[in-house]
Design a protein around this ligand. Sequence first.
Ligand SMILES: *Cc1c(COP(=O)(O)O)cnc(C)c1O
Length: 391
Amino acid sequence: MIASVLPTYNRAPLAFERGEGAWLTTTEGARFLDLGAGIAVNALGHAHPALVGALTDQAGKLWHVSNLYEIPHQQRLADKLVEHTFADTVFFTNSGTEAAELAIKMARKYWTAKEEDRVEIVAFEGAFHGRSTGAIAMAGGEKLTRGFGPLMPGFRHLPWGDHDALRAAVTARTAAVIVEPVQGEGGIRPLPDVCLKGLRDLCDETGALMILDEVQCGMGRTGRLFAHEWAGVAPDIMMVAKGIGGGFPLGALLATERAATGMTAGTHGSTYGGNPLACAVGCAVMDIVTDARFLAEVRRKAALFRQKLEGLVAAHPGVFAGVRGLGLMLGLKCVPANTAVVQAGYGEGVLTVPGGDNVVRILPPLTLTEDDIAEGIARLDRAAARLASAA
Ligand SMILES: *Cc1c(COP(=O)(O)O)cnc(C)c1O
């Protein structure tokens, strides 16, 4: 008999009841250090007072009115995003997938509004842009698309890091190129700054729109508000979600005025997108994450964490083959199956997230403390020792 919850997830047998900062407590009272942050979502940890305050304040006033009316919190959040990024305009969604859908629509509409026949969107192997029919067609890859055809046409997939293939594929017929500055699901693969710069140049030469998916790597995770800032380039369109709601479902699509030209009244919409609850929380998250001192702290803690992870790798060559990533978006390349390493972590009270390329992802709350880092390393060290002795 099928489970009453559709069995599309491989869940660990852990149920959490409450959280504080980087720590979670199970229904049985066991404490876990959360180095996964709900897949890079709880950027400010669990039960952050500013977010609890913003949400409960708003919950007592107004939850939903629809986009038939003005929503002051939505306006405020859009203004903050515009102030702190390349963007001129923002559309709010409830998830990263919905932002991907709008990215596709916006890119297509940009060219049809110009009456130019440019529909192809170029994407990369190992990409992840969500699970809707459009997002899986865009990312490609057997794992996401198998059995769900016929897939939406209009996408081309290139190998990761093949500059010649990119130069050949992106032409004056290309509508857009989409890339994650740091691939998340693909296994924490940062795109080198020179590649992002080269991609910007190629888009400028050909007119193709540059779409960045910063759903996982954005909102301060890499130590800059958005990961592309490291390369000193700006996209035309950018997807944001995960961290922006700090745990409340919220996503956004940011765009320049030029890229958004086709998106006139009636061309897109969402019942819930940008609702008062989500945007009240989003504003609170933005106020904290845009603070230069906060981002400097993320960079400092990231350097410390990475250095300690290098030590961990050196101590357990039979378990770990290397560290990679940017800021607090870190990956441990594993020797045994990454799922076995995540499992061993559960035994030591530490949560990590498996990713592609046999990597264990470390995506902690950006607010974690130095003590949390030391504790995380100690727990991962015990988990690795447990695995090594079992091997
Ligand atoms: C999680 C993720 C998405 C999809 O976001 P959802 O909120 O799960 O729909 C898209 N792109 C990237 C890079 C992601 O990590």
